[in-house]
Design a protein around this ligand. Sequence first.
Ligand code: SF4
Length: 92
Amino acid sequence: MTPIEKLLGRGHEDPAWRAMALCGAGGQDPDMWYAERGTVKSGALSTCQLCPVSPSCLLDALRHELEAGVSVGIWGGTEPRYRKRMLRGGSK
Ligand code: SF4
């Protein structure tokens, strides 16, 4: 078990954070968080930087992706390739 797997195994998901998600606020284009690979996602990433629930969002994404084996979209201010690296324990 990698350190990230141990971290993700602690506690349970608390979906209450989603009520404060900036990407869920009115006027946001949800497609920004699921843009094609290689396209600019700066709008989503800059929104995530201001989001008060970014750590909870990232942890839930990692929990889900650890189970599913697939990383998709911007979560917690991170791109899929970054989260994949985290789940592999930082290896390339
Ligand atoms: S960190 Fe980004 S993806 Fe996560 S809830 Fe906030 S705005 Fe949405």
